[in-house]
Design a protein around this ligand. Structure first.
Ligand code: ADP
Ligand code: TRP
Length: 326
């Protein structure tokens, strides 16, 4: 199967991104599918960006993608703006995108609410560009977080509309979510998100992770160690379930409900299990980010490979739309 997905270079990647998106990317790659993974820098500028920071974030997210296990020998890894036919197809799809539908997109409504005076046309047509990103590779499968489901619905609608208007050349891609659709934040109140500053970063060092974890929210009814707690409603236990073995989980449930362990002991165990995942990622990341030329080579090879497929679709589309005269 052909797999396509993207991530915006808009700052730190955290455990929510890992369990909500990257985990599936890696699994699909290792299952031998033909994967195209890219950095959605054109989507990123729908919110104002500083050009130097955008460049830095682009290289950082590339290093993170490789550090979590994406392999340029198996997957095609590239930057969206290096493949100009994404935006070329996006224009054609925008002429098929119903404006009412675009205005009903949850992400558009949320982002345009933040600063209505800064709402731009790019923010409104964001999902059409996303559809172009996917359809240009005739993807079968798109692994994304649950918040992207509506954009995938639009992608399928635009595939149908194009097929009905011109000729049936696009498949309707399937959406694939991970088992963990929502990783809870350290505040216990909302999903882990960089915007809410309630996250553990994938490449943070041990000291930073412990600093954040040690003050993270727990079962509010458990004020003292002698108070029995309820793991089912505890933020820390929810995170334990992502990281810890059955033996550790049993230890937490018994220790917490019978007031045998304190919250700090419970957090220490979680910390040990989190760093088993993040330390190797951080080590690889530091090596990669210190060799930016290697990253640039990987991205340039990826762009060449992606262009071959994308250009084929674009030629086919241009002929069907009536843009090819000779
Ligand atoms: P953020 O909310 O931190 O800005 P993004 O919107 O950049 O994160 O998310 C990139 C990808 O990671 C999306 O596919 C999204 O669904 C997924 N994702 C982000 N946060 C979480 C979370 N807390 N739990 C599960 N998936 C998440
Ligand atoms: N909108 C996605 C997000 O914020 C990123 C993205 C852009 C994407 N184009 C895509 C994801 C195409 C999957 C396929 O997470």
């Amino acid at each position: 199967m052909r797999v396509v997905s993207g991530i915006q270079p808009t700052g730190v990647a955290h455990l929510g991104n890992y369990f909500g998106a990257f985990a599936n990317w890696i699994e699909l790659q290792n299952a031998g599918h033909e994967c195209f993974y890219f950095i959605a820098n054109q989507h990123a500028i729908t919110i104002p960006q500083n050009n130097e920071i955008l460049k830095k974030n682009t290289l950082e997210i590339t290093a993170i993608m490789l550090a979590v296990g994406l392999d340029p020998k198996k997957s095609t890894i590239f930057i969206q703006s290096d493949i100009p036919v994404h935006t070329q197809l996006s224009w054609i799809l925008s002429c098929l995108s119903p404006i009412g539908e675009m205005e009903r997109m949850v992400q558009f409504k949320e982002k345009s609410k933040i600063d209505p005076s800064a709402t731009n046309l790019g923010l409104l047509s964001y999902p059409t560009l996303q559809a172009a990103d996917i359809l240009i590779y005739k993807a079968d499968l798109v692994p994304v977080g649950i918040d992207q489901a509506q954009h995938l619905e639009l992608t399928r609608l635009l595939a149908r509309k194009f097929n009905n208007t011109y000729k049936s050349i696009f498949k309707e891609p399937k959406t694939l979510h991970t088992k963990t659709t929502k990783v809870v934040g350290l505040d216990g109140a909302a999903k882990m998100s960089k915007g809410l500053n309630n996250y553990i970063g994938l490449v943070e060092d041990e000291k930073t992770i412990w600093k954040k974890l040690s003050v993270a929210m727990t079962d509010p009814a458990r004020k003292r160690k002698t108070d029995p707690g309820n793991p089912a409603i505890c933020n820390i236990y929810i995170l334990h379930k992502l990281f810890s073995s059955q033996k550790d989980l049993d230890w937490v449930v018994d220790g917490c409900t019978n007031a045998k362990i304190g919250c700090i002991e419970c957090k220490k165990k979680l910390f040990e299990n989190i760093i088993k995942l993040t330390n190797p990622i951080r080590e690889k990341y530091l090596k990669l980010i210190n060799n930016p030329n290697d990253l640039k080579d990987i991205l340039s090879i990826g762009a060449k490979k992606a262009t071959i497929i994308a250009q084929q679709t674009m030629d086919e589309v241009n002929a069907l739309v009536g843009f090819k005269y000779f």
